[in-house]
Design a protein around this ligand. Structure first.
Ligand SMILES: NC(=O)c1ccc[n+]([C@@H]2O[C@H](COP(=O)([O-])OP(=O)(O)OC[C@H]3O[C@@H](n4cnc5c(N)ncnc54)[C@H](OP(=O)(O)O)[C@@H]3O)[C@@H](O)[C@H]2O)c1
Length: 344
C-alpha cells in the first residue's frame, strides 16, 4: 500500500517538481499540500502558478492547500517532503518532527547540524542512521533528513567515485541555471546577455556540505572529510542544469583512465529513483552540456566529461538537473531510502 505523504511549500518551484514526481510514484500517495497563509483554503489549481513541463495532475489540482502547521495535516500522513524557504523551514520543520512526522527536506536550514543527516543515497546512505542519534537527543517520534544544495549534489557523486585515490584538494567552479534561484529569483534584465559571479552563501554550502557528505559515521558521531574544498559560484542564463568545472588533487596517482573507469563503475542503488548508470561519462570533449544532457536518467543522472590532466590535478566537468537531481528528485530518493530503512 502506498505511503500517504504531504508536500510543505507545495506551490513553489521545487514543490511543483515534487508533485510532478510524486503523483505517478507507486510507493507514495499525495494526501496533503501546504503553503503560506495566502494560499491556504484555495484549491491547488488556484494557489499554484503551475510552471512545470507536464500538465498539473487532475486529482492534485482540486485538493485544498492548507497552512503549514502540524494541525492542518491529517494524522494518517506518514511522511512530508519539505520545499519551504529556509527561514520558514527552520521555524516549522522541528514542530512537525515533534508531532511524529518524518520529513525529507530540501531547505538549507539545519543541513550542517551534527544530528541531522545530509544524504545523497548513492554516496552516504549509511548516514541515515544518524536519525537514531537525532531521536535520542531531541526526543522526536518523527525525524528530519536533508538533501544537499543543488550544486553540491552535482559534483559530490563524482568525488565519491574517486575517494579510493585519497581526496586532498578540490577546486570547483559552477555555471548555475536561473531556476536554482526560484521563479522570481533573478530578473531577466539582470541575467540575459550576462553572467553573475556571485550567489549568496552558495560557495560556503559547496565547501562545507561536501565534507559532511564524504565524512565517516561510526554509529554515534559523524567526522567530516578532511579534504580542502574551494568553490566559485556563477549564475548563467540557462534555465535548468548546473554545469561545474572541477580540479581534484589526490594522494595516489590518478590517471584519466582511472577516473573515467571509477566514475563509470560507481554503483547506483536499488531504489526506484536511482538511475543506472549513476554517472554517465562522455568521451566527447564538448559534453556534458545543460540543454543536451540534463535529462539523462530522467533528470537523476550525473553527467561527466572533459577528463584531463592539469597542473592542479585531474580536471573534469560535471552536470546535473538542479530542480530534479538537485532538489525535488533528491528529496524523493531520500524518501525511498527512509522507507527502505524502516523509518516510515
Ligand atoms: N529552486 C531550486 O532549484 C532549489 C534547489 C535546491 C533547494 N532549493 C530550496 O528549496 C526551497 C524552496 O525553493 P523554491 O525555489 O521552490 O521556492 P519558492 O518557489 O519561493 O516556493 C516557496 C514555497 O514556500 C511557501 N512559503 C513561503 N513562505 C511561507 C510561509 N511563511 N509559510 C508557509 N509556506 C511558505 C510558498 O507558498 P506560497 O505560494 O503560498 O507563497 C511556496 O509554496 C528553498 O529552501 C530553496 O533554497 C531550491
Amino acid at each position: 500500500m502506498a505511503v500517504r505523504v504531504g508536500v510543505l511549500g507545495a506551490t513553489g518551484a521545487v514543490g511543483q517538481r515534487l508533485i510532478q514526481l510524486l503523483d505517478p510514484h507507486p510507493e507514495f500517495e499525495i494526501a496533503a499540500l501546504t503553503a503560506s497563509d495566502s494560499s491556504a483554503g484555495k484549491t491547488y489549481r488556484q494557489a499554484a502558478k503551475w510552471r512545470v513541463d507536464s500538465p498539473i495532475p487532475t486529482d492534485v489540482a482540486e485538493m485544498t492547500v492548507t497552512a503549514t502547521e502540524p494541525d492542518a495535516v491529517p494524522d494518517d500522513v506518514d511522511m512530508l517532503f519539505s520545499s519551504l524557504p529556509s527561514s520558514v523551514g527552520a521555524a516549522v520543520e522541528p514542530g512537525f518532527c515533534e508531532e511524529g512526522y518524518v520529513v525529507s527536506s530540501n531547505s538549507s536550514n539545519g543541513r550542517m547540524d551534527d544530528d541531522i543527516p545530509l544524504v545523497i543515497p548513492e554516496v552516504n546512505a549509511e548516514h541515515v542512521d544518524l536519525l537514531e542519534v537525532q531521536r535520542d537527543e531531541r526526543g522526536w517520534d518523527g525525524a528530519l533528513l536533508k538533501n544537499p544544495n543543488c550544486s553540491t549534489i552535482t559534483f559530490v557523486p563524482t568525488l565519491a567515485a574517486l575517494t579510493d585515490f585519497g581526496l586532498e584538494k578540490v577546486h570547483v567552479s559552477t555555471l548555475q541555471a536561473v531556476s536554482g534561484a526560484g521563479y522570481d529569483g533573478v530578473s531577466s534584465m539582470e541575467i540575459i546577455d550576462n553572467a553573475i559571479p556571485f550567489i549568496g552563501s552558495e560557495e560556503d554550502k559547496l565547501e562545507t556540505e561536501s565534507r559532511k557528505l564524504l565524512g565517516e559515521f561510526d554509529g554515534a558521531e559523524l567526522t567530516h572529510n578532511g579534504m580542502d574544498v574551494a568553490a566559485s559560484c556563477n549564475r548563467i542564463p540557462t534555465i535548468d542544469g548546473h554545469l561545474e568545472n572541477v580540479w581534484v588533487e589526490t594522494e595516489e596517482e590518478l590517471t584519466v583512465d582511472d577516473a573515467a573507469d571509477a566514475m563509470r563503475e560507481y554503483p547506483s542503488l536499488d531504489l526506484r529513483s536511482s538511475p543506472d548508470p549513476l554517472i554517465h561519462v562522455f568521451e566527447e570533449p564538448d559534453r556534458p552540456q545543460p540543454r543536451l544532457d540534463r535529462t539523462l536518467g530522467d533528470g537523476m543522472a550525473i553527467a561527466a566529461g572533459g577528463i584531463q590532466e592539469s597542473p592542479f590535478g585531474l580536471q573534469y566537468n560535471c552536470l546535473a538537473h538542479n530542480t530534479i537531481r538537485g532538489a525535488a528528485g533528491a528529496s524523493v530518493l531520500n524518501g525511498e531510502l527512509l522507507l527502505e530503512n524502516g523509518y516510515i
